[in-house]
Design a protein. Structure first.
Length: 296
């Protein structure tokens, strides 16, 4: 994969009162982050009874509170939204944000989302088949808008829908594909502008690093098979769980340096707790500017 500029995003979960979230969004923009991302679940997976706002409602509010930073879903959840509904929401937020929206889509693996919606838990092969069709419909609706789209798949169907107004970003908002399986990587290589990973659960950080390096090599091959330059597909890492950017003084720089060598060029860190704020501020004021300079 060709060398590409570094980008840094921040994951601001919708788990606080709206006035607090508004301050965080504005601060993230002022601090120079490239992106703000939100999650798309029925509840907070860490605190089932805690505050949790709908992802696309929050993104619409975020669009009016910011002016330059990209905003997006990491990742939109196919359990919660039919593909036509997601495409409409994406086009709407892109309009509201002046063309700053970036759409991440995942396979919807959280069991609690299936439980909340009364949806049987899909076997892996079915989940990947559903996801492939889902992304194809969303991509076609956004790329061809306002032209009507007809799609007939095994799991998803769309007849005669065109998006008007179309998204401002042309040919469509950038599409991030999140997931680990070979089937998901194939979708990323064919349809995505970015692949996002947090690595497999239940393994060591060193194993995640090795797995990510191998997956990036696999993505390069898949892109070439589909006639794409691998450099057209950006690669991003969500620093979560054992890859927490704020778990130690050197975590952020160490993770960026090591995963950069494994082919990652975008890094997404969680908004810090109060205890983590000194490490966050050092990353923003010292580490990120230095890492950007080093990568040019």
């Amino acid at each position: 994969m060709a060398d590409q500029e570094l980008r840094f995003g921040v994951y601001i979960l919708q788990d606080a009162p709206l006035d607090v979230l508004r301050r965080r969004w504005r601060m993230a923009e002022e601090l120079g982050f490239d992106q703000i991302w939100v999650a798309d679940h029925t509840r907070d997976w860490r605190s089932p009874d805690g505050i949790w706002f709908d992802a696309f409602g929050v993104l619409a509010a975020m669009a009016s509170e910011t002016s330059t930073i990209s905003i997006g879903s990491l990742v939109a959840n196919p359990i919660l939204r039919p593909p036509a509904v997601l495409a409409r929401a994406a086009a709407t937020v892109d309009q509201l944000s002046g063309g700053r929206f970036e759409l991440g889509i995942g396979t919807g693996i959280a069991g609690f989302d299936h439980d909340a919606t009364g949806t049987p838990y899909w076997p892996m092969a079915e989940r990947v088949e559903r996801f492939t069709e889902y992304v194809e419909i969303v991509d076609e609706l956004l790329s061809r808008a306002p032209e009507p789209v007809d799609y007939q798949g095994r799991w998803h169907t769309c007849r005669g829908l065109g998006l008007a107004p179309p998204p401002l970003r042309q040919p469509r908002p950038p599409l991030t594909i999140g997931g680990q399986s070979t089937g998901v990587l194939s979708v990323a290589a064919r349809r995505g502008d970015r692949w996002n990973t947090h690595g497999p659960f239940g393994v060591t950080p060193a194993e995640i690093l090795d797995r990510t390096r191998a997956q990036n090599t696999q993505l390069d091959r898949l892109c070439e098979q589909f006639g794409r330059d691998p450099a057209q597909l950006r690669r991003s890492l969500l620093m979560i769980f054992d890859l927490d950017a704020w778990s130690a003084t050197d975590s952020f720089e160490r993770l960026v340096t090591s995963f950069r060598q494994a082919g990652i060029n975008e890094f997404i860190a969680f908004w810090p707790t109060e205890e983590q704020r000194p490490l966050f501020e050092r990353a923003v004021t010292e580490l990120i500017p230095a890492l950007r300079t080093r990568s040019t």
